[in-house]
Ligand binder design. Structure first.
Ligand code: CP3
Length: 376
């Protein structure tokens, strides 16, 4: 699949944005900053828009999605937008019966626990996701147009980050039927029926891979694969049971060809998981541009463990958003210093913005990051 000169990387110069430059290992004038879950319940303007619709209905409403995606960009002045959607949206498009319960997360009507369950799900052609993805593609395109307007006002290109769930994390929800603490049922299936596990995660790689392709083709300038729960696996199990399917999902993005005018060889790939400190050497084998780090490992230590030239993203503990300003500022100074160990650094939290966060704290944080020049 070939992207054209109409893609925002070329047409809206998002190639020259701070986020994309840092993703590719350049050090722009200022360290870029954005927040996982920057769109969402911490913003009163989000709560007002979301008052009437379910989360998954909202995700298929292009006008609403693009407006919600822009809210934190306008309010906080972050260096990137992340597409407002959810990791289970491609599964909805594939026809699975899933709801997102407020305060809990995704819940599946029929958990996938046996070889027979796996066969039922994997019989669905992942290409159906592409055929049914028009509301997603439409939402991405509208969002990139709104971002181009916002970029003109700001005088700085603002890229859109697309995303998908990694196969292990999606399987952790599917096998369990909903959120769980230790993902025991998913970990059990890995050992009980390795063939069924491989079939399921292979199918999920295709579903997430198609979802990523749809977003990039419609205008996303980079992508992030969320393997939020990978940290519940031992490194050897991660290597054999999770990594191959994550690699396969990322291949869908690597397969996209950029026009020569883009001045880059590929769409930047980022990865994030919670509690992945012991997995970083394995994650590094995914040949990523950016690795997200949670707050449990310092960025300089993470760089040592990654042992390869990647950009790091993170890693302020979300709990610090509730600390007195001087404590938060000191923590920011520390991660900016630790991030210098990497080829480039993108400031983010160690996980998502908690819903009860005071949004003014995030706005102030962005301003402080932008007050520090970062010429190499
Ligand atoms: O701003 C952004 O980061 C983009 C939007 C985004 C959402 N979900 C919106 C959302 C992204 C990137 C996700 C990914 C996602 N979804 C992940 C991976 C990232 C992570 O946090 O680890 C996971 C594990 C999910 C599954 C999921 N969906 C959970 C655990 C929840 C929270 C349930 C709750 O109510 O606390 C959701 C729902 C969800 N996805 C919300 C949002 C804004 C909250 C629902 C609402 O506002 O009604």
């Amino acid at each position: 699949m070939q992207l054209t000169d109409q893609h925002p990387l070329v047409a809206h110069a998002t190639r020259d944005s701070r986020l994309i430059r840092a993703s590719l290992g350049e050090r722009p004038d200022l360290t870029p900053v954005w927040f996982m879950r920057q769109a969402g319940r911490s913003l009163p303007e989000y709560r007002a828009l979301r008052a009437t619709q379910s989360m998954l209905d909202a995700c298929r409403d292009p006008a609403l999605v693009s407006e919600i995606t822009l809210q934190p960009v306008r309010r906080h002045g972050v260096d990137a937008a992340i597409f407002f959607s959810d990791i289970v949206v491609p599964l909805v498009l594939a026809g699975l019966d899933v709801q997102i319960e407020a305060g809990r997360g995704p819940v599946f009507a029929e958990p996938v626990r046996t070889a027979r369950d796996v066969a039922r799900v994997t019989a669905i052609d992942p290409e159906l996701v592409r055929e049914r993805a028009e509301p997603i593609a439409d939402a991405v395109t509208r969002t990139t147009l709104l971002l181009a307007d916002e970029s003109a006002t700001r005088g700085e290109p603002i890229p859109l980050i697309g995303f998908a769930g990694a196969p292990f994390t999606l399987a952790a929800y599917l096998v369990e039927g909903g959120p769980s603490k230790d993902h025991l049922r998913a970990r059990r299936l890995i050992h009980e029926d390795p063939a069924a596990w491989e079939a399921l995660t292979g199918w999920l790689a295709a579903v997430s891979g198609v979802f990523l392709q749809v977003q990039v083709a419609a205008g996303a300038s980079s992508v992030q694969l969320f393997d939020s729960w990978a940290g519940s696996l031992a490194p050897a199990v991660y290597r054999s049971a999770a990594l191959p399917a994550s690699r396969a999902a990322l291949e869908y993005v690597r397969a996209l060809r950029l026009p020569t005018g883009a001045g880059m060889s590929h769409v930047p790939l980022a990865h994030f998981g919670v509690g992945t400190g012991d997995l970083l050497a394995d994650i590094a084998t995914l040949d990523l541009d950016v690795v997200g780090i949670d707050h449990r490992v310092s960025l300089d230590e993470a760089v040592a463990r990654l042992a390869t030239a990647v950009t790091v993203q993170g890693n302020l503990d979300p709990a610090l958003l509730f600390a007195p300003p001087h404590v938060l500022d000191a923590a920011l100074d520390r991660i900016l210093a630790e991030g210098r160990a990497a080829r480039a650094h993108i400031v983010n939290l160690g996980h998502g913005v908690p819903p009860e966060t005071d949004p003014d704290v995030l706005t102030r944080l962005v301003r402080r990051v932008h007050e520090r020049p970062d010429a190499a």
